[in-house]
Write a protein of this length. Sequence first.
Length: 333
Amino acid sequence: MIPLPLVRKLLKLQFKLKRSKLFALALAVVLLALVLALLYMYAENVGFFTALYWAVITMATIGYGDITPSTLLGRIIAIFASIAGIATFTAFVSILAEYFLSGSIRRMMGMHKVKFKGHYVIMGRGESIESALLELRDAISNGQAENKPIIVVLPDENERKKLTLAEEIEIIIGEFTNKETLERANIKDASYVLLALGDDSESVFVTLMIKQLSNAKVFVEALKHESVSLLKQAGADRVITSRTLAGRLLASSIFEPEVVDVLDDITTALGRYDITSMRIPEVEGMKFGEAFNILYNRGLFLIGYATDEIHLMPPLDTIIPNNAKLLVIKSTM
């Protein structure tokens, strides 16, 4: 069985060869049409545009009959144009079809390059990718996140088979530490990159690479708490320590299982309740207690606000600052 990486390399080489052949043949068709037009001008004593029109129509074997050669030399040129036209146009159409077919195969295997700008890129392994994708798509549909394309980058085909991803999601297959993979995902023009690589040392290296290529915000999943400082030094805008969080929740399940259930529910937009942040200008400058009553009647449970810091359950007479993001719990039912 041929190794998949070798198949990718062969397809990549074939794609480049097809593209070069396509350009070469297109140039040959144009030059042939120009040469035939010049010869026909000389043989039939007509203008250049008329001769070029005749050459293209004859090469394409359309033959409207509105312009016909009247001299022996013109007829000889017409015979050559018909034969040469059939050969070149057939070859051109054949290579053009192969070019697009090769592009489709590259896309199917995740070897293509995207041209999106301002998009989201999710890179990694395991179920974290799928849950991050579902959460992001749900946030987009609810208007909580900007509606931008999402690109998923996976290390290999086996990883793709483990996940259940929607058909419309663009998938790039390639090594995370390979610059060419990042370029195919157009990291340079991305707005946000989510990393769940399952390897903290690899995450540090990839974060450094991304920050060299792009101004995108990079959010990273870390497995060990001691990796947080390294990732932030590498340029990560936010680091989530997934395993320590999971450990705390597991321990809490013993003595406060209801709290774990609530946290599990409100931290996903797919549950019955969701915790979210939003700006509501009309309550800015109000006392926290007044804002709480107004929002509660709208189905929003105000628990605090965020400026440069997070303020949870502030005194009821606290004035909500301008431009503060309100932290609320809302029903998703």
